[in-house]
Design a protein around this ligand. Structure first.
Ligand code: NDP
Length: 285
């Protein structure tokens, strides 16, 4: 056999996409495993997704991540969609499954892996989610699938909050309620898992407007902010001696699930984690 110059391609389609850091951890993982795969960060503008998906099929890409604004539209161009991704109405990872182009959503799975790795019990427990967007949707559906029995959704916009409550109540075994988020809200005492699923803290040092003294012993405090090991929200939990779970680890974990779907091999999670720690100059707890 002669030398092969051919590479396999994976990557991400989105717009804007230039600040998407996924390439860092996925490339580190492929290189570590000695796989001839290259991760490409590709700007695909709104209106061009159909052509881009035809292109990735024609060029025989091994898979692709999908990010804003295409996570919903991409469902139309796939042969198969996982039940949970269909419930969420969003796909962030496309891969080949028995010759068919399949869609999965790894965001909530990454979140769940952090909690499971931390030994947080799920069965019959209660979650309180701040926000009702894509991240909140993915997390709620996965939490419900893992046995969480009750989910409170607190959101500014009532319509968005009620829409997520409807998705949970109609498609999962969990029950959900909407909490209008006006002014400072309290976390109910019997809550087990509290999640900030808003972008508050991403580009600033703000924290969600809740009564932090309502965070009580036994609660797990979780953030989705993907570029930080610590946020002011998580610090409030830490200050009270509570267990915290950050969005950077969630990002690494969801990337590990995508890696496994693309390669069929176990992801080198530690390598991916170290690549992101180096990229952001942080140490993950
Ligand atoms: P969306 O735009 O879909 O939803 C944002 C949600 O946050 C909405 O419910 C919105 O409320 C609420 N919100 C925004 N600003 C405020 C505010 N100032 N006060 C109160 N509520 C607010 O975004 P996504 O769900 O896609 O993303 C949310 C965050 O999750 C982002 O920071 C994203 O980077 C992160 N993320 C992290 C991942 C990871 O792996 N770590 C994976 C996916 C996302 P309203 O409906 O009232 O507008």
């Amino acid at each position: 056999m002669g030398k092969s110059y051919q590479k396999q391609w994976v990557g991400v389609f989105g717009d804007p996409v230039d600040d998407n850091p996924t390439v860092v951890m996925e490339q580190a993982a492929f290189d570590h495993a000695g796989l001839p795969i290259e991760y490409l960060t590709i700007q695909v503008k709104k209106g061009d997704l159909k052509a881009a998906m035809e292109g990735m099929r024609a060029m025989n890409f091994t898979g692709i991540n999908i990010t804003m604004p295409h996570k919903g539209e991409v469902l139309r161009y796939l042969d198969e969609i996982s039940d949970s991704a269909r419930t969420m109405g969003a796909v962030n990872t496309v891969y080949w499954k028995d010759g068919k182009l399949a869609g999965e959503n790894t965001d909530g799975k990454g979140f769940l892996k952090s909690l499971k790795d931390g030994g947080v019990p799920m069965k019959g427990r209660k979650a309180f989610i701040l926000g009702a967007g894509g991240a909140a949707r993915a997390i709620s559906v996965e939490l419900a699938g893992a046995g969480i029995s009750f989910i409170s959704v607190a959101n500014r916009n009532e319509e968005h909050g009620e829409a997520l409550v409807k998705i949970i109540n109609e498609n999962t075994a969990a029950k959900a309620e909407f909490i209008p988020w006006k002014g400072t809200i309290s976390i109910p005492e019997d809550t087990d898992i509290v999640v900030n699923a808003t972008p508050i803290g991403f580009t600033d040092e703000n924290k969600p407007d809740i009564d932090y003294d309502s965070l009580r012993e036994g609660m797990a405090v979780c953030d989705v902010i993907p570029n930080k090991a610590w946020t002011p929200f998580l610090r409030e939990g830490e200050k009270r001696g509570l267990r915290t779970f950050n969005g950077l680890q969630m990002l690494v974990n969801q990337g590990a699930v995508a890696y496994e779907l693309w390669t069929g091999k176990e992801a080198p999670v530690q390598v991916m984690k170290e690549a992101m720690e180096k990229e952001y100059g942080v140490k993950l707890p």
